[in-house]
Design a protein around this ligand. Structure first.
Ligand SMILES: [Zn+2]
Ligand SMILES: [Zn+2]
Length: 324
């Protein structure tokens, strides 16, 4: 779990308490989560009688399309080769048989397949009992949050996957949809590898640029004199998380208002391209040096994070995303 902060920054700057929030780091690790487990990329608890959601956009931006099976097979082949190299200390190479199992680097399924309805893929599901410290948003009696996305690029939302949210009451779910439909093709960067999660609450503080000017000035002066970094060590936890604050280093802050009602939206989930970015401060203690850098295998842009926002007014209003 996360190491303690090097200093108690709220004792040095008590006004930071007004700019603090609890985030739940998910610490995803490859595994075999079931529908009754909280997970990243794992199977969703889905009522037998409820249709699975599909994306019917006709203007997906497509460059390379693979089937989910090809993506999983390729990941298995590379993981086996990597494990072999680690175990033997030999150079990392694929055998001829393995080579035959992975597609050429520029191989693509026919691009026209992206015009078919694309089944959404599970991105995360969180049972309230696994994240009791957190307001998951949605209806007050919901005890399960599910996040899905269309695993292709959508030009109208900044070339990102399109996210859908579902809040449920577990007691209202009857039967289990099995099997869940799969998309015919995906952008491989948007197909999560199923991971179990190890939720851990941490204290975050607002992205530095969004703090009051006076506080920011004093923090910068303190940084110079102490050698600490507010942004790296006290502000935002890296990796997959629920709640907390967003980073705005790519675009500078932009309002995220609900397209249905105009209300400022709340950060719900962060899907990150890696878990081991950021400073030593956020490194999970006891983690082996060869733990995977990106266990979920999701890649957002060139290694960024996708922030998923929900409308606090209505669970029926669409989610929004920002890539940073
Ligand atoms: Zn789509
Ligand atoms: Zn709204």
């Amino acid at each position: 779990m996360t190491s303690p902060p090097p200093v108690e920054i709220e004792e040095l700057f008590p006004e930071l308490r007004e700019h603090a929030a609890t985030a739940i780091r998910l610490h995803p690790r490859p595994g075999e989560p079931g529908v009754d487990d909280s997970s990243v990329g794992g199977p969703l608890r889905w009522p037998a009688g409820e249709p699975w959601p599909y994306c019917t956009d006709q203007d997906h931006y497509v460059d390379q399309l693979l089937t989910p099976d090809t993506v999983r097979r390729t990941r298995r082949v590379y993981a086996a080769a990597k494990a072999r190299a680690t175990a033997t200390g030999q150079k990392y190479t694929l055998t001829e048989a393995e080579q035959a199992e992975v597609p050429e680097f520029d191989y693509t399924e026919p691009l026209a397949l992206a015009k078919q309805p694309i089944a959404l893929v599970p991105v995360a599901q969180l049972y309230r009992h696994d994240v009791p410290d957190l307001d998951l948003g949605g209806p007050p009696d919901a005890d399960l949050l599910q996040v899905l996305w269309c695993p292709l690029d959508h030009p109208d939302t900044g070339y990102q996957p399109r996210v859908e949210l579902r809040w449920r009451r577990v007691a209202d779910i009857h039967g289990q949809l099995d099997p869940a439909p799969e998309p015919v093709v995906v952008n491989e960067n948007y197909l999560p590898t199923p991971c179990v999660v190890h939720p851990e609450p941490v204290r975050e503080h607002q992205y530095a640029d969004l703090l009051p000017e006076n506080l920011k000035t004093r923090l910068y002066a303190w940084e110079k004199q102490s050698g600490h970094s507010y942004q790296n060590d006290f502000s935002l936890a890296p990796g997959w998380k629920v709640g907390g604050f967003a980073n705005w280093s790519l675009s500078d802050w932009q309002p995220v208002d609900c397209t249905a009602c105009g209300t400022p939206m709340t950060l719900l989930l962060t899907a990150d391209s890696g878990a081991r970015t950021g400073s030593q401060r956020w490194r999970a203690t006891g983690e082996s040096a060869d733990a995977p850098m990106n266990p979920v295998d999701v890649l957002i842009g060139r290694g960024y994070a996708l922030y998923v926002f929900a409308c606090p007014t209505s669970a029926a209003h669409p989610a929004a995303t920002a890539m940073q």
